[in-house]
Write a protein that binds this ligand. Structure first.
Ligand code: ADP
Ligand code: MG
Length: 264
């Protein structure tokens, strides 16, 4: 893998918090400013693949094949309709992968190896990994392979619930598999300013997690939720909507932090 490549895992064991939406739109924003971006869809549900218009019949080589070591990252990556953005799609085969590799000594580092095995001239400058809603072997592989973890938290009452378990998993991966793993940041998603509780949640998360939390808060925005049904990112579907604008802002914070993390 190219030493310039930055690998960011997008993880939260809760479903429906905005992982996939963040993966797709952050990737698109990075691609729009000229980065060469790859999304690895590591969720058997395949929402990132669908949301980028790669339908099931076009998922011939998938993240499953990469984990099973029958395809390389470069072989599995397909272009999307977004310039500079490729995707490794997922298939339902991923549901069985945990059992299939559970006895392998490298079961948690398959993805890391796949990235490392790549040629030095990897075309990608950013790789974003979209995780399933679980702290399972797939998410462990994603964390073991990454430079940093980006955590979406939904602005709802139970936002912080589960966060300590997630951070504990990051610590375990750091100790056992990937000592350089950093927290990229925590992004608050689906914020509704008319809801007092949401404002309270933002304050709570900021006081608990301090400057790990990005300044950018992603608003709840109907255009963002409509875009996947057209198979395109919100940023292409409606660039001007508040949700798209927030993801562009988030991208610039992510880039700044990556520069920082790399220098550290
Ligand atoms: P996860 O990948 O964590 O399960 P998703 O990104 O799929 O979460 O988001 C869950 C649902 O919420 C999806 O239907 C998605 O379209 C919707 N959604 C995500 N972010 C927003 C947003 N900012 N505004 C409105 N709907 C959103
Ligand atoms: Mg998802």
């Amino acid at each position: 893998m190219n030493s310039q490549t930055r690998i960011i895992t997008i993880a939260n064991q809760k479903g429906g918090v905005g992982k996939t939406t963040t993966a797709i739109n952050l990737a698109t924003a990075l691609a729009a400013i000229g980065e060469s971006v790859l999304i690895v869809d590591l969720d058997p549900q395949g929402n990132a693949s669908t949301g980028l218009g790669i339908d099931r019949k076009n998922r011939t080589i998938s993240s499953y094949d990469v984990l099973m070591q029958v395809a390389s990252v470069e072989e599995a990556a397909v272009p999307t309709a977004v310039p500079n953005l490729s995707l490794i799609p997922s298939t339902l085969d991923l549901l069985g992968v945990e059992m299939e590799i559970s006895n392998a000594s490298d079961r948690a580092t398959r993805l890391r190896k796949a990235f490392r095995g790549g040629v030095d001239a990897s075309p990608f400058t950013y790789i974003l990994i979209d995780c399933p809603p679980s702290l399972n072997l797939l998410t462990m592989n994603a964390m073991a392979a990454a430079d940093s973890v980006l955590v979406p938290l939904q602005c709802e009452f139970f936002a912080l619930e589960g966060l300590s378990q997630l951070l504990e998993t990051v610590n375990q991966v750091r100790a056992a598999l990937n000592p350089n793993l950093m927290i990229q940041g925590i992004v608050l998603t689906m914020f509704d300013g008319r809801n007092n509780l949401a404002t309270q949640v933002v304050d709570d998360v900021r006081s608990f997690m301090g400057d790990k939390v990005y300044r950018t808060v992603i608003p709840r925005n109907v255009r963002v939720s409509e875009a996947p049904s057209y198979g395109i990112p919100a940023i292409l579907y409606d660039l001007k909507c508040a949700g798209s604008q927030a993801y562009l802002q988030l991208a610039s914070e992510v880039i700044q932090r990556e520069r920082h993390l790399r220098a550290a």
